[in-house]
Design a binder for this molecule. Structure first.
Ligand code: NAD
Ligand code: IPM
Ligand code: MN
Length: 356
């Protein structure tokens, strides 16, 4: 029997509405598998917590989380209550950094039962490997007065070790896939100092993987290819900011931001990895009961995969697709169902598939 201890942080906004269905999916996965159990503990860390305590999590929050094997998170941010740079640096980004979650895995896949906005999606299946610990997301810089002007500076930071490990992870991931093809998102034609360096590291690491087809594409053109010919892509490796933007574009071609999953991985497994959907707290729909729970539930599947329970994870993903194919979908996908109706329908299918 494998027991996994998970810290659950619903966070803000619709995070609180969709996390319960992710949790139920995990509990059901354990029941179906039989040799797996979860011990979950929930933490109220969020913008509301900030209003009460003046911080997003307790001072020893990171130490508390280190006692768990994984973190299951909804979303962070309520910009009308707490400025985003405060809430995000205080919780989400703090966890990614302190837990050395330097890889962010984000699948972009045409799903059964979802109408992609692309005219001819032809079954695209991309895995974006996003560098998750450095790059453009750097704390170095600030706002200052210069003469009569005001300037803001932020230094992007790319270390050789940080760049290498992200790119190497992408090649290894491609080695486990059918098409074995890595595309590096770059911008070395621009005047961005970091990207010729990124290309150089991509070339060096790439030589260790002669069996993997490899190419570099400028991020601007690559964005267009996500829309015009996503079927030609397999694994895409990108810096932190490029990967962030590409994966919301990816969610868009899948059909909705509400269905895209993500995993912040510490591949060394020295620290807990964190599983959260790509989307945020969606304050515009929070409280209406219409948030799509699919992103959070697919994220639960990524957690199952990470711990080696791919079989039951696949049953969960199949159940998600069955439900969408049956037309039980939330308004973001053009349907009329509520969060609860979709979540419960997926759990029912999952139970059925688990019995077979
Ligand atoms: P968002 O992803 O929250 O919302 C973008 C749009 O997508 C909105 O119209 C929203 O209604 C819709 N949407 C998102 N998730 C949905 C779902 N599950 N079902 C149906 N519709 C969904 O992005 P935003 O509006 O730019 O940001 C809102 C807040 O969330 C900000 O504070 C932002 O910083 C934060 N945020 C947090 C994370 C995270 O915690 N990982 C990610 C992105 C944004
Ligand atoms: C994401 C989010 C975060 C990011 C924000 C909220 C800091 O957009 O997880 O994609 O940019 O990494
Ligand atoms: Mn994002």
């Amino acid at each position: 029997m494998k027991n996994i201890e998970i810290a659950v942080i619903p966070g803000d906004g619709i995070g609180k509405e969709v996390v319960p269905f992710g949790v139920k999916a995990l509990e059901l996965a354990a029941e179906i598998h039989g040799g797996l159990s979860f011990k979950m503990q929930e933490f109220p860390w969020s913008c509301e917590y900030y209003v009460e305590h003046g911080r997003m999590m307790p001072e020893n929050g990171i130490d508390i989380l280190k006692n768990f094997e994984a973190i299951f998170l909804g979303a962070v941010g309520l910009p009308k209550t707490v400025p985003d740079h405060v809430s995000l640096w205080g919780l989400l980004i703090a966890i990614r950094r302190e837990m050395k979650q330097y890889i962010n895995l984000r699948p972009v896949k045409q799903m059964r039962g979802v109408r992609s906005p692309l005219a001819d999606p032809k079954g695209f299946d991309i895995l974006v490997v996003r560098e998750n610990a450095e790059g453009e997301y750097s704390p170095i810089g600030g706002r200052m007065i210069a003469g009569n002007d005001e300037i803001v500076v932020q230094n992007a930071v790319f270390t050789r070790s940080g760049t290498e490990r992200a790119i190497r992870f992408a090649f290894e991931a491609a080695g486990k896939r059918d098409r074995k093809f890595v595309t590096s998102a770059t911008k070395s034609n621009g005047i961005i100092h970091s990207m010729p360096f990124w290309d150089e590291v991509f070339g060096q690491v790439g030589r260790e993987f002669p069996e993997i087809q490899q190419t570099s594409t400028h991020i601007d053109a690559l964005s267009a290819f996500f829309v015009t010919k996503p079927q030609t892509l397999d694994v895409v490796v990108a810096s932190n900011l490029f990967g962030d933007i590409l994966t919301d574009l990816g969610a868009g071609i899948m059909g909705s931001i509400g269905i895209a999953p993500s995993a912040n991985i510490n591949p060394d497994r020295k620290y807990p990895s964190m599983f959260e959907p790509v989307h945020g707290s969606a304050p515009d729909i929070y409280g209406k009961g219409i948030a799509n729970p699919v992103g959070q539930m697919w994220t639960a599947k990524m957690m199952l995969d990470f711990f080696g329970f791919e079989d039951v994870g696949q049953l969960l993903l199949d159940s998600i697709e069955d439900t969408m194919e049956a037309g039980i979908i939330t308004p973001d996908l053009g349907g009329k169902a509520s969060t609860t109706e979709v979540g419960e329908a997926i759990l029912t299918k999952f139970k059925e598939r688990g019995r077979r």
